[in-house]
Ligand binder design. Sequence first.
Ligand SMILES: NC(=O)c1ccc[n+]([C@@H]2O[C@H](COP(=O)([O-])OP(=O)(O)OC[C@H]3O[C@@H](n4cnc5c(N)ncnc54)[C@H](O)[C@@H]3O)[C@@H](O)[C@H]2O)c1
Ligand SMILES: [Zn+2]
Length: 329
Amino acid sequence: MRVLVTGGAGFIGSHVVDALRARGHEAVVYDVREDRGADVRDPWAVARALDGVDAVCHQAAMVGLGDGVADAAEYVSRNDLGTAVLLAAMAGAGVRRLVLAGSMVVYGEGRYTCREHGPARPGPREAGDLAAGRFEPRCPVCGGELAPGLVGEDAPADPRNVYATTKLAQEHLAAAWARSTGGTAVSLRYHNVYGPRMPRDTPYAGVASFFRSALARGEAPRVFEDGRQRRDFVHVRDVAAANLAALQACPPTGALTAYNTGSGEPHTVGELARALAAACGGPEPVVTGEYRLGDVRHITADSTRLRTDLDWKPEVSFAEGMREFASEG
Ligand SMILES: NC(=O)c1ccc[n+]([C@@H]2O[C@H](COP(=O)([O-])OP(=O)(O)OC[C@H]3O[C@@H](n4cnc5c(N)ncnc54)[C@H](O)[C@@H]3O)[C@@H](O)[C@H]2O)c1
Ligand SMILES: [Zn+2]
């Protein structure tokens, strides 16, 4: 199989390229980082790159939480205009198979249950609550405590920031493309991906990278809120394997199929900081109570569908992955 990997010089894309080549497939890297002419927004360059391609694995995007709305146009340009240009070129070239790097950010504030009112969907947390250290979202009906649960693919979309909005729009565009071309589209909604080659020291890097950089400077990792926010940390090699499984699967034509892509084993951000601090020989993390508006409190996936449909399972445990990640620093 010859696969065009957009963003193939990036963190996750480069592991997808490795995984494809390890299985004897041909991976064509398409990434502005490697070649300034390889921009997904350039229709002619994309059309040339699609020559002889069987499938596209679309990883290229501007990532991170961003800066409110100041960089909204750049996110929309790279992520949504870029996807639209790519899809139009695929339609023109007769390439019918797409795997998209989706994201759990499309779900917003996860899934909760109120003891009295059942399933609940709390709105964005108020700055006032966060400043006062009230981090847990409350039941919209009674204001009572909520128990966080696992998010399924059928959970309603609820993007809470510009980046999340562009990741959701990518899926909608891909679904429209699949309908009109009879193609197959799979969106792998990644959770928090970590591992070798994770970007470091950029405002867009993930939390594991921030913690590791602090530890490398001999500083304590600074844990926001109270450290009890839950995430699903999934290793980049497992994510690459999920991409391979999706590229080889036979998903329904004319539609987009979404798969949560997580380890299935939620951990708190505090646990992450402690695991990395232990692996680096300290110092111990400090919990600062700081917060970022737009961050969600808990977001953990139910990745059962990916396991059943695509016969995928994560191979790298949290403990093992974090030890390796710490030592790479
Ligand atoms: N890292 C995570 O935890 C995570 C979680 C959910 C989803 N994702 C998604 O996974 C994908 C890969 O993310 P990553 O973490 O590897 O980030 P990354 O920044 O390392 O990789 C993205 C790559 O895309 C390239 N790129 C950006 N704009 C481009 C353009 N217009 N044309 C061509 N190439 C372009 C960049 O040069 C970069 O190499 C993204 O779509 C991201 O939204 C990542
Ligand atoms: Zn309630």
